[in-house]
Design a protein around this ligand. Structure first.
Ligand SMILES: NC(=O)C1=CN([C@@H]2O[C@H](COP(=O)(O)OP(=O)(O)OC[C@H]3O[C@@H](n4cnc5c(N)ncnc54)[C@H](O)[C@@H]3O)[C@@H](O)[C@H]2O)C=CC1
Ligand SMILES: O=C(O)[C@H]1O[C@H](OP(=O)(O)OP(=O)(O)OC[C@H]2O[C@@H](n3ccc(=O)[nH]c3=O)[C@H](O)[C@@H]2O)[C@H](O)[C@@H](O)[C@@H]1O
Length: 430
């Protein structure tokens, strides 16, 4: 099939490379010329394991990139993989999706033959039917169901595992109001569904949109619930990880996403939970449980710092922050828990030194005023305390590096550092 993809960020680029891998001819469209140039050169604009190999193989043959929307006319299907950021009040800003839809509709005006537009971006229920579809009709001059149609196909990939999650998904969700778009999506994903036993959920547009939010809200709330239990565990001297291992054995609970600590960050959980809360509010429903999940998440960095305070005043003292990325395996610092932790340390007058194997440059843009070390050992040298915010594997191997600390106090927000003699070790929920 000939496919075009509007937006070449985390989702768009992964989708482009993976659909080319599945045998489709793909055109990536982005307003950013540097992204387009990199894609055409077979160079990955984002860091994801396996992506560089796929781009090197398919760029220039099955995968090309352009800044021109005119390219959509030579394709059968267009995915919208544009950002849906939060507004000040938490609600989603669909401005870029609408802008992309208008440019797409204008380009489709001249197109002969049928065309399917698939919303890949995470959007609140009603966006595809009530905003994208009418805009598309208006700008293309065509009628929905008469050659042109819309579908919603949410994405569940995780950063750091984007390619493997896409090529080996837990499920595929196809949302549409007519049979035509569903059968096009079936055909598009057939190379993937034929390979293995992938459950396919065929549903309506609003349901598909809601499934994405429900998925992320459930996972974020699961972590917050475990963090709440973990906070209670800590008060009673109970190890929350032992508790989590045991409750995770119950199939109804499941063992994943029970790692308690300093909380969830990243470009999606905070944004998507906020958007769902705002959408509920707009509809007159108070999503109290989701609001509580956010409150617990906001509280975890403060609890980490309060534990540090128990070991002495850090004003004027060197404090190492180990881990800056929102999770291991990525250089992404968006909504990283390291941000409130660093801010809290600065508010206390500490001399902060940050270390991360890959995310230093990105955090430097957020906090240019702090020191950055090029190894965990260098960050710990002379430090009066250390806090652990990201569970990078290399932190598990730290050992005599702690001996170089001025005062060997470690508050671990991710249960990654090994306890050892001579180290005052404090776990956030254990
Ligand atoms: N990042 C992730 O792990 C996941 C993201 N999502 C959702 O996917 C959507 C896209 O997110 P990301 O890929 O992370 O975004 P991103 O910010 O990484 O990339 C967006 C791309 O769109 C381009 N762009 C902006 N306006 C444009 C326009 N008018 N025309 C063409 N290109 C334009 C930008 O230059 C950029 O390259 C969001 O709704 C997000 O919630 C869903 C699942 C996973
Ligand atoms: O919509 C999205 O963008 C994506 O959001 C998450 O993926 P991602 O943000 O890449 O990262 P996760 O691995 O889910 O981790 C999110 C945060 O939760 C934290 N976390 C995760 C698991 C856990 O047990 N405890 C915990 O604190 C991580 O440290 C991280 O800060 C979802 O897992 C994806 O399915 C979804 O597609």
């Amino acid at each position: 099939m000939n496919v075009s993809i509007i937006g070449s960020g985390y989702v768009g680029t992964t989708l482009a490379a993976c659909l080319a891998e599945l045998g489709h001819t793909v055109t990536a469209i982005d307003v950013d010329e540097s992204v387009v140039d990199r894609l055409n050169a077979g160079d990955a604009p984002i860091h994801e394991p396996g992506l560089a190999d796929l781009l090197a193989e398919h760029a220039g043959t099955r995968l090309t990139a352009t800044t021109s929307y005119d390219a959509v006319r030579d394709t059968d299907v267009t995915f919208l993989a544009l950002p849906t950021p939060s507004r000040e009040d938490g609600s989603i800003d669909t401005g870029l999706v609408e802008q992309g839809t208008e440019s797409l509709g204008a380009a489709l005006r001249e197109k002969q033959g049928s065309h399917l537009v698939v919303v890949k971006s995470t959007v609140v229920p009603g966006t595809t039917a009530d905003r994208v579809a009418p805009l598309l009709e208006e700008t293309s001059g065509k009628r929905l169901g008469e050659g042109i149609d819309v579908a919603m196909n949410p994405e569940f990939l995780r950063e750091g595992h984007a390619v493997s999650d896409f090529l080996d998904p837990d499920k595929l969700v196809f949302g549409a109001e007519r049979e035509g778009p569903i059968s096009t999506l079936r055909e598009l994903y057939r190379p993937l569904t034929e390979r293995g036993d992938v459950p396919v959920v065929e549903t309506g547009l609003r349901e598909a949109e809601m499934i994405k939010y429900a998925n992320n809200a459930f996972l974020a709330t699961k972590i917050s619930l475990m963090n709440e239990l973990g906070n209670i565990c800590k008060e009673y001297g109970v190890d929350a990880y032992e508790v989590a291992d045991a409750i995770g054995l119950d199939d109804r609970i499941g063992s994943q996403f029970l790692a308690s600590g300093v909380g969830w960050g990243g470009s999606c959980f905070p944004k998507d939970v906020a958007a769902l809360v705002a959408a509920a509010d707009a509809a007159g429903y108070d999503a109290g449980l989701l609001k509580a999940a956010v409150d617990v998440n906001d509280q975890q960095p403060r609890r980490l710092l309060a534990l540090l305070d128990d070991h002495g005043d850090v004003a004027g003292e060197r404090v190492a922050v180990l881990g800056l990325a929102f999770k291991p395996g990525t250089d992404d610092v968006r909504e990283s828990r390291a941000i409130p932790v660093i801010q809290g340390l600065l508010d206390r007058g500490a001399d902060v030194v940050g270390y991360d194997p890959v995310a230093t440059d990105r955090m430097r843009q957020r906090f240019p005023e702090i020191e950055y070390a090029d190894s965990a050992a260098a960050a710990l040298r002379g430090a009066h305390a250390a806090v652990v915010v990201t569970d990078w594997d290399e932190f598990a191997a730290l050992d005599e590096e702690f001996e170089a600390m001025a005062r060997p106090v470690v508050v671990d927000g991710r249960r990654i550092v090994e306890r050892r003699d001579g180290l005052t070790y404090e776990g956030l929920t254990w």
